[in-house]
Design a protein around this ligand. Structure first.
Ligand code: 26Y
Length: 822
């Protein structure tokens, strides 16, 4: 059957109601009277997805016919967020569904709230991958996303006495209507064992004989373009035991052992690792990485490419984009396939491999650069280790030729580190093997070139480039902020949804008093919506009349949540001392959202401290209506979509030179919050775009930080010379927030006093000063609204559509392939 024969469901209220009832009865097996809300949600999801199905099949047919170059986005994380809203938007079904359900007495919003978001990512990197595949679909670029279908995504955060307690995220438990399993298309992935060299027809051939195997079962997800008839595919792999493996043990009569083997195999895709900056070299993580990298390559070569395709031209059909180092093991895997399975010689295989991969780096922290011990890699993937050694040998010989008198440099550039143990530096491997290496914001790319990968950028400068991150305007403006979207559309039409630069057309309206009034109305309504949600979701009482000051992101020392907290503590302390009248404080609700990696002690302490300070301040009648802390648990994409549109002030206060880009910063600006921020990551570009007068800049610059650190930073000197700071820190140390127990938060206080790796104390005064500027600005709501409108109008650059354009021009060289509509 061809796609043309597929009947598309009707795009009408009556048609929808019929389809929905049919799904409920024949799909879900439920009558209207007996159906639970979850049954209704599942039936709705299945009804909506049928609207995408014909587009999906047509996209696949079209791909086969035109054979355009595709992008394979390899990522260990895809932090998708809820699917229903996005599917409704892509198919233009929002109004029809709302009306149809209402006619049945069902509230669409209620069904939407049933959906558990797939939390298959930690934070920025995973969410970026989700934004990118959304943009590629919308721009009609053939793309396939490859990743892992974790049975448990990022943990669900709860607070017990203010301390973080992690709960498993059983996101699949209530049914998962957005995925399509294909067990018949499973591929087998080997691990362990040994290699065997032999001579065939006078040629040396090597074979890898793994000693255990697992099945990789693909689960397909639809990635709909916005109103364009394209639906790309996201293929996530799930691990299962191989039948033969089970059977051999079963035949030996040990049934229990067979079941245990199955469990061991399934462990590979069981859970997302919740660490996002200190790789621990865990064997299971390396298994996950090879599992999905190898399955994805095999899938593309065997199933996506047409039969008989000449692999020498592989780079004309695909580019594998490596989202950080997590999929980098795909590089030696492609070499292994070409050498050992296809019988190519080394130079031929290496030349092709070097044309097929590109690498994106997302960090600057040295401790976040992934290395795998030679011992572990050799044990799990012996053939790959041999290949990596050979790549390194050839590469170092080349470097030696280029710098014959610089043995030190040659050693520095080795893909194999010698200390503290022999280990493979995955970022170096990716740099050597890829066509391009990119950072994720201008400053970050510059620092990559000048610091992290300096030797490499000197040796092969042409490989290095920048692509500043972006976010999808579909989810983060159109869906998350319907009121602002309507206001914008009314003013300039709806073209901005796929061409975000057009927000520029709003600039003159910043001078229009009526527009500013309506803009403020939108913000106020969004705040009310958030206040209602926080009450129901978390039992938190927030005043809609205060400044909503928001810091949401993973909890990390370099992001400096403690700096924000010291600001709050110092306001509280000044009021307590009588140095500041509570009535002189601009009413604010300081809102945090942050998960800490479960093994990251300092981060978990900080969560405890935020909640402890919140408990004290929120209970203090003197500060009532003036200063509040709100810390809803379990910050995720769904909460972000509610929080960001309501925010007045966006906190982007990382130590300069540490935040590679940030993407929350972009979402806030696009939703009309003003930013208080350091000169770091994409903040730099944001400030240049919106203008100094519409951005609250503070703090040391990256070169200043480097100089202070070079000279020897002494945090106590700031403590000693700044009374406000001293009082705030002393108050925490005194046990004021821990029932008088001085030990509770001692680790945080001593860390700040005696180490302070991220110069919180050095930037403290500058931050307080900047917050005073914020207060003065907020005192004039109309002027604030003018700045906020200008932030929206000038942030169109941060659309992930623009990021995709940059990747296409600078790295991928693929083109749009519009899918013909039926
Ligand atoms: C290896 C393992 C421990 C690991 C797992 C996840 C290492 C890193 C990560 C995730 C990193 C991440 O999310 N980085 C963020 O990427 C964003 C998208 O480029 C940036 O905006 C942000 O600055 C960066 O911290």
């Amino acid at each position: 059957q061809t796609a043309d024969q597929i009947t598309t469901p009707q795009h009408s209220v009556e048609g929808f109601v019929q389809d929905f009832l049919r799904e409920l009865q024949f799909g879900q097996g439920m009558s209207m009277s007996r159906a639970s809300t979850n049954d209704q949600y599942l039936a709705l999801a299945r009804t909506v997805r049928t609207h995408l199905m014909s587009r999906w099949l047509r996209t696949l047919d079209h791909q086969r016919d035109v054979q355009a170059k595709s992008v394979a986005y390899l990522s260990a994380e895809f932090l998708l967020g809820r699917q229903l809203g996005n599917a409704l938007l892509a198919t233009d079904l929002e109004e029809i569904v709302e009306e149809g359900l209402a006619s049945l007495g069902i509230d669409l919003q209620r069904l939407r709230s049933m959906e558990k978001e797939p939390g298959l990512g930690n934070g920025g990197l995973g969410r970026l991958a989700a934004c990118f595949i959304d943009s590629l679909a919308t721009m009609n670029i053939p793309c396939i996303g490859y990743g892992i279908r974790y049975e448990y995504g990022i943990f669900r955060q709860t607070f017990v006495d203010g301390w973080q307690v992690e709960k498993p995220d059983a996101w699949l438990a209530q049914g998962s209507p957005w995925e399509f399993p294909h067990p018949e298309a499973a591929v087998t992935i080997g691990f362990g064992g040994r290699t065997e060299a032999s001579t065939v027809d006078g040629r040396l051939v090597t074979r890898w004989i793994p000693d255990w195997q697992v099945q990789a079962v693909p689960y397909n997800y639809m990635v709909p373009g916005y109103h364009n008839g394209r639906v790309n595919t996201l293929r996530l792999w799930s691990a299962a035991a191989t039948e033969s493996f089970d059977l051999s043990i079963f035949n030996a009569g040990d049934y229990s052992a067979a079941v245990r083997a199955q469990t061991a195999a399934e462990n590979i895709s069981k859970v997302l690792y919740p660490e996002d900056s200190t790789p621990q070299g865990k064997e299971l993580r390396l298994q996950q990485q090879y599992f999905f990298a190898a399955a994805s390559l095999k899938d593309f070569l065997d199933n996506v490419l047409p039969e008989g395709f000449d692999l020498h031209r592989l780079d004309e059909r695909i580019v594998f984009q490596l989202n950080d180092t997590h999929p980098v093991i795909a590089i030696p895997e492609l070499m292994r396939i070409l050498l050992d399975e296809k019988g190519w010689d080394w130079d031929e295989a290496w030349a092709l491999t070097q044309r097929c991969f590109a690498y994106t780096c997302h960090t600057l922290l040295p401790e976040a650069l992934e290395v795998w011990s030679v011992e572990l890699l050799g044990r799990l993937l012996p053939r790959h280790l041999e290949i990596i050694y050979r790549i390194n040998e050839d590469f170092l010989a080349e470097v030696h030729t280029a710098y014959p008198d610089d043995e030190l440099r040659v050693r520095r550039m080795s893909i194999i580190a010698e200390h503290p143990e022999r280990a493979v530096r995955m970022a170096y491997l990716a740099t050597v093997a890829g066509t391009k290496v990119n950072g994720v914001a201008e400053l970050h790319s510059q620092l990559l070139r000048d610091k992290v990968l300096q030797d490499f950028s000197e040796y092969m400068p042409e490989k290095f480039t920048n692509v500043t991150n972006g976010v999808t305007p579909r989810r983060f403006v159109r869906l998350a902020n319907p009121r602002l979207s309507s206001l914008i559309t009314e003013a300039i039409g709806d073209g901005w949804v796929t061409d975000l630069d057009r927000l520029r057309e709003l600039e003159p309206l910043a001078e229009d008093a009526e527009f500013r009034r309506r803009f403020r109305e939108v913000k106020a309504a969004n705040k009310t919506r958030l206040v209602d949600l926080l009450k129901v979701r978390d039992g938190i009482e927030v005043s809609p009349d205060s400044m909503l000051d928001v810091m949401v992101k993973r909890l990390h020392e370099y992001k400096r949540q403690t700096l924000k907290l010291l600001h709050v503590v110092s306001l509280y302390d000044q009021v307590r001392r009588g140095d500041l009248a509570a009535s002189d404080i601009t009413p604010r609700t300081v809102t945090f959202g942050a998960k800490a990696a479960p093994g990251y002690k300092m981060a978990k302490q900080t969560i405890g401290l935020i909640n402890a300070v919140g408990r004290t301040i929120n209970a203090d009648p003197v500060l009532e209506g003036r200063l509040r802390i709100a810390f809803p648990a379990n910050y995720n994409v769904t909460l972000a979509e509610r929080l960001i549109p309501a925010a007045d002030l966006s906190e982007q206060i990382s130590l300069a030179g540490k935040e590679a880009s940030g993407t929350g910063n972009m979402k806030f600006a696009l939703n009309g919050a003003l930013t208080i921020g350091t000169d770091d990551g994409a903040n730099v570009e944001l400030r240049q775009l919106v203008g100094d007068e519409n951005f609250f800049l503070f703090g040391l610059t990256e070169p200043e930080v480097a100089e202070i650190v070079e000279k020897g930073y002494r945090p106590t000197s700031f403590y000693e010379s700044n009374a406000t700071l001293r009082h705030a820190l002393d108050l925490i140390a005194s046990g004021a927030f821990s029932d008088g127990d001085r030990r509770t938060f001692e680790p945080i206080v001593s860390n700040l006093l005696y180490e302070d790796r991220f110069l919180v104390l050095a930037d403290f005064q500058a931050y307080l000063d900047a917050q005073l500027v914020v207060e003065r600005a907020y005192a004039d709501p109309d002027a604030w609204a003018r700045s906020a409108v200008l932030n929206v109008a000038r942030s169109g650059f941060f659309s992930s559509d623009r990021s995709m354009r940059d990747y296409l021009d600078r790295i991928w060289h693929a083109e749009a392939a519009p899918v013909p509509t039926a």
